[in-house]
Design a protein around this ligand. Sequence first.
Ligand code: PLP
Length: 497
Amino acid sequence: MHNRMMAHTVRNDLPEHHPLTPNEFREQGHALIDWIATYRENIEERAVSRTIEPGAIRAALPKAPPRLAEPVSDIMADFESILLPGVMHWQHPSFFGFFPSNVELSSVLGDLLSTGLGMVGISWEASPALTELEETCVDWLRQMLGLGPAWRGAIQESASASTLIAIVCARERYSNCAFAQGGIRQPEQPGMIYTSARAHSSVGKTAMIAGFGMDHIRIVPTEAGGSLDANILRAMINEDIARGARPAAIIATTGATANTALDNIDAVADVAEEWGMWLHVDAAMGGASMLLPECRSGWEGIERADSIVISPNKWLGAAFDSSVLLVRDHEHLTRVMGTCPSYLRTPTDGKVTQLRDWSIPTGRRFRALKLWFLIREQGVDGLSERIRRDMVNARRLAQLVEAEPEWRVMNKITLQTVCVRHEPAGMSGAELDAHTRAWVQTLNESGKAYLTAAQLDDAWMARVSIGVLGTEWHHIEKLWADMREHATQYARLPLAA
Ligand code: PLP
């Protein structure tokens, strides 16, 4: 804008330019929607990803910002020629990496509408619709997950932020709000956090941000079924209490990132209740399967937890960022997180929900719109059917892998991820690890599909994370053929650094 003003006031030989008018926006916006629609329609024709030399994209971009205004059509042309080659196609049906991060097109519309409205929800009064739609959609989600009416929540920017808030709530509960008052210090009786080795890395990070420190996070071993072992957990807590520490929180995971293992919530809740600890359940990805009544047994005991995070921006289909933190004691949450500077005081205080008291940022986007569009356009039945399809496909793939000599399924199929290893005769240890990483890398580089290699109990395996919107069984059959081809044909290639 500054440059544009300079163009008008200092020099008069430059082309006149004004910000995009609504009419031009209409034209460019239609073109952009067309582009996205065509992209989604033809996405299968693309390689899932392309190998890009680090720094290549930055090198193709101008080092300094443009002094003169440029037409949007030029920006879009550069997007296609410079950036698109470096885009990983997460919505590609042959994307089996990390976790599904589905974006239904209805949710794109909701997100666009939110951006176009340009509101900031710093208080109920700043936009009543923003607050009340969020309350409604979060309550819809609660019902969809089969949770009781005591649960209330808000949309956060990530599962990590949700877990941070849960841990801060736990900290203030165990310390009786001493941290909120006295700040971070090493209390005489330090609080302890317990979680499993399968927990997402955000647990350690957010506990550290909340002031617990790595010395006060205990990693509880898992039992054969994959859940953190409640007996060992109890023994650890007793040990810690004996040396003067205090149990503060248990962070359970249902749908662990590497292998989708489910912690036994009921067993863990017994322990949490014994010592009055906060129980947070990270169901960021896996929570979507709670839509299916037949899957709820994996969450037995959830009504005894204090908080749960589920991210509709993962498997469910809402555009990032959309992570819902639900709590049972919302008064504790808002006591801990609440702020009320004078400029945000309004006559409705006390009668309405102030969502800033439920989150770290003061302001928020109209994020509920994308969830609203998604849930209404798909219906709960439509969403449930898709989740069910993915779980069936995962079990079918596991059967194929199990039936194939020299291949092994490494996890219990609880949700939609199949962890596999190709184990050529006589190969083990570091050589097998290198082989696994090599074939996954060559498959990814081929652009035919994308998988993630990860460690499970120190051994490398390939994770096949099923669940992109467009992924049907024939894509998985094709992937299985490609996996076998790459693992056998490209075996024993040296692993690139
Ligand atoms: N928790 C689990 C179980 C996850 O799988 C992930 C992401 O992979 C996260 C938390 C972190 O999610 P976010 O990026 O929204 O913080």
